[in-house]
Design a protein around this ligand. Structure first.
Ligand SMILES: Cc1ncc(COP(=O)(O)O)c(C=O)c1O
Length: 440
């Protein structure tokens, strides 16, 4: 458990987040409940921006909003002077609704739809990160229609292999994302961009994977990318004005992972920037605008999910299951890629751990297990389970599987709480359903 100023056990033996007692949160909002510590989110954004300003002086940080997307988070990002990374029309629409200026947005995706590109360009998106030659043709046409010259980066694939789960690796040469810089695909698409009147080549993007603790992987990415910048410059006369190194900074999920405070998280940024400063000096390349796009490390540890213990199934000598009133529909990560979590009893946080249990979701899937074999105090029906580090890729990946309604998302800050996303009702679930299907 990576406790911090805004996440601790209080004198009532309750888990407290953002200055609010989780038991009070449950009394007020019920369970299941996503809780996001807004102060923590803001502190990471500020620290990343300050590190870039101090160590490099020319760049910014984009929040990868796929990690957790809702109108309120875009407002927070706007207030913090952050850029954002968006990957769909839905994320763009939500950001616009929150009053976020798309000038400060990077639009990603390996198959951006024409309608999504039109939504982005017509709303003055700052940068599109190109991932396919056909996309260049579409951008050129749409930008022409709106009398614009659209700035783009290309998503390049430096082939750096980070040690992480294979399902979330994205920068192998065999990846659905990006143009390989090794086999000439990247150069071909840059040339294509340069041949278009309404598309402007700004620079290169890479994202070497997710949940990467090994900082050497980021150093290596800088090495490979700046070699490529030099090559483009020397051999092709192409200038690279921006380098975006994506996200991927790992966070603490379980005791197997290091525990970082906000300053230590900044070491990922420092590693990238120092390697870039060095490369600029030794390779003699022009100083590019520096961008990163972290998602998980901004919101991951800011989030917890609160559940109530329901049925308890004790299979003597085999296993004891605690069933919660949530599961894979609000957190698909354990079922999707065997993600591991820590949990505690939020209403009896410091009680002695007495038994090993498995926390099971309520969905009709035997794989709907949130945590396998965790040591907890002896839990009773009605106890509150807090699953930690659920701020990233839980709400954003949630579904209505089994027609379960999504829990509300509550923001906490300075001892206060407020709803950022209302919980769904059964009426929401059937809103788009048509009972009598009219055939024609
Ligand atoms: C292009 C890109 N940028 C940024 C991110 C954010 O990564 P993370 O949440 O691991 O920081 C991702 C995640 O998949 C990504 O694909």
């Amino acid at each position: 458990m990576n406790f911090k100023d805004t996440l601790k056990i209080n004198s009532k033996n309750h888990l407290e987040i953002g200055g609010v007692d989780t038991v009070e949160l449950v009394n007020k909002y019920s369970t299941p409940l996503y809780v996001m510590d807004e102060s923590y989110i803001r502190s990471v954004c500020r620290a990343y921006k300050e590190t870039i300003a101090r160590e490099y002086g020319y760049g910014n940080c984009a929040y990868a909003s796929k990690a957790f997307s809702c109108a309120a988070i875009y407002k927070v990002m706007k207030e913090e002077g952050m850029c954002i990374d968006v990957v769909s029309g839905g994320e763009i629409y939500t950001a616009l609704k929150a009053g976020f200026d798309l000038k400060n947005a990077y639009f990603h995706g390996n198959n951006k739809l024409e309608s999504e590109l039109e939504l982005a360009i017509s709303n003055n998106i700052g940068t599109i990160v190109v991932d396919n030659p056909y996309e260049v043709e579409m951008i050129d046409e749409i930008a022409k229609k709106y009398n614009k010259v659209q700035e783009v980066l290309i998503r390049s694939n430096p082939g750096v292999e980070a040690h992480t789960h294979k399902f979330i690796q994205t920068a192998n040469i065999d990846s659905k994302f990006g143009f390989s810089i090794k086999n000439g695909d990247a150069l071909n698409v840059i040339k294509l961009i340069k041949s278009k009147a309404n598309v402007a080549f700004k620079g290169l993007h890479c994202h070497i994977g997710s949940q990467i603790f090994d900082k050497n992987a980021f150093k290596l990415a800088v090495e490979v990318m700046t070699d490529y910048v030099k090559k483009l410059n020397d051999e092709e006369g192409i200038e690279v004005n921006e380098l975006n190194f994506g996200g991927g900074f790992a966070v603490h999920y379980t005791e197997e992972d290091p525990k970082y405070n906000v300053e230590q998280y900044c070491e990922y940024v420092e590693t990238l920037v120092k390697a870039l400063n060095e490369a600029i000096a030794t390779k003699g390349i022009k100083k590019p605008y520096f961008m990163i796009e972290p998602g998980r490390s901004i919101v991951g540890e800011a989030g917890i999910t609160l559940y109530s213990v329901g049925n308890i199934k004790d299979i003597k000598g085999v296993k004891k299951y605690l069933a919660i009133n949530g599961g894979m529909y609000d957190n698909i990560r354990p079922a999707l890629y065997e993600a591991k979590y820590e949990a505690l009893l939020a209403n009896r946080a410091n009680d002695k751990k007495e038994e090993v249990v498995t926390i099971a979701g309520k969905c009709c899937e035997s794989g709907d297990i949130i945590i396998k074999d965790i040591e907890l105090p002896k839990a009773n029906r009605g106890d509150i389970i807090a699953v930690m580090t659920t701020g990233a890729y839980c709400y954003s990946m949630a579904s209505n599987y089994n027609r379960n309604t999504l829990p509300p998302v509550v923001f906490v800050r300075d001892g206060k709480s407020g709803i950022a996303v209302k919980g769904q009702t059964y009426e929401d679930i059937v809103r788009n359903d048509i009972v009598d299907v009219k055939m024609d």
